[in-house]
Design a protein around this ligand. Structure first.
Ligand code: PMP
Length: 296
């Protein structure tokens, strides 16, 4: 926390913190995986770069270097003696002064890490999850900025997720302001039709997911074409396969959207191959991607 190792119970902030009131802050979700050579953080540099880019978009100046923030993430995994886990860096605006203008406040940074299993359940990874299109629209690209992993963007995600999970679904799918498929509440979406992999282009307001990018590499290795384009919700209904990607969600098959079964209504064969390739990479079993793993 602000450059010091702090015990969990002492990692506190003031109730008048600017970010707590107005929601301007940025964060990351990063994972460390167990490998044969010990715990390793997956695509640490890319996540840390995205954190700095999010802060830049939000006009916040992180008072540390990229290297320091990368080191902090390794330190937290090491000091907590985690074999694997989730890492949460967050930068926020301090408590010297309230009012919408953040000027005059200090920018803070913290990194926490803890053990976290499959975000949408182990069962979800194997069998696929049930998704519903949310009635909430995903952010338009010119509102709170969709390429920033901004704290405030997640009110939209929370509303969508709560709306559909209260009805018994596992996760929400959000459409953009024009009605095209954007992303899940905390995941990017992919569909497969006739052997081609499709995902919304970023103009649909989806986050430029690092797992999304990892899928591009995996698809290429498997000889699959990936097309980024506008996607309608009914294209998802009639897709052969669909899956969500994210650092927390990893590669989670979607077996149903709006009570319509996708393909055979289970994890599809191409999804299964992509998922297996993903877990080989993150767990250090594919030497081709060794440079994506930062050993702590
Ligand atoms: N979209 C949203 C809204 C997310 O919260 C996440 C998780 N960070 C993603 C997509 C996937 O991004 P990544 O693969 O970089 O975790």
């Amino acid at each position: 926390m602000d450059g010091e190792l702090v015990e969990w119970r002492d990692a506190k902030i003031h109730v008048l913190s600017h970010t707590l009131h107005y929601g301007c802050g940025a964060f990351e979700g990063v994972r460390a995986y167990k490998t044969a050579q010990g715990p390793a953080i997956f695509r640490l540099r890319e996540h840390t770069e995205r954190l700095f880019n999010s802060a830049k978009i939000l006009r916040m100046k992180i008072p540390f270097t990229l290297e320091q923030v990368m080191d902090a993430q390794k330190t937290v995994v090491r000091e907590n003696q985690l074999e694997s886990g989730y890492i949460r860096p967050l930068t926020w605006i301090g408590s010297q002064k309230l009012g919408v203008s953040p000027k005059g406040n200090t920018i803070h940074l913290m990194v926490a890490a803890w053990t976290w299993g499959a975000y949408l359940g182990e069962e979800g990874l194997k069998r696929g999850i049930r998704v519903k299109t949310s009635s909430y629209t995903r952010h338009h690209v010119n509102i709170t900025m969709t390429q920033a992993k901004a704290v405030s963007n997640y009110t939209n995600s929370i509303l969508a997720n709560m709306e559909v999970t209260e009805e018994g679904y596992d996760e929400a799918l959000l459409l953009d302001a024009s009605g095209f498929v954007s992303e899940g509440a905390g995941e990017n979406i992919f569909i497969i039709k006739n052997g081609v992999v499709y995902t919304p282009d970023l103009s649909a307001g989806a986050l430029n997911g690092i797992t999304r990018n990892t899928i591009f590499h995996i698809a290429k290795d498997l000889g699959l074409e990936v097309v980024q384009k506008r996607i309608t919700r009914d294209e998802v209904y009639i897709a052969d396969e669909a899956f969500f990607t994210g650092t927390a969600a990893e590669v989670t098959p979607i077996r149903e959207l709006d009570r319509i079964e996708i393909g055979a209504g289970s994890r599809g064969p191409i999804t299964e191959k992509i998922q297996a390739a993903f877990f080989d990479i993150v767990n250090g079993r594919n030497p081709q991607y060794a440079e994506w793993l930062d050993h702590v």
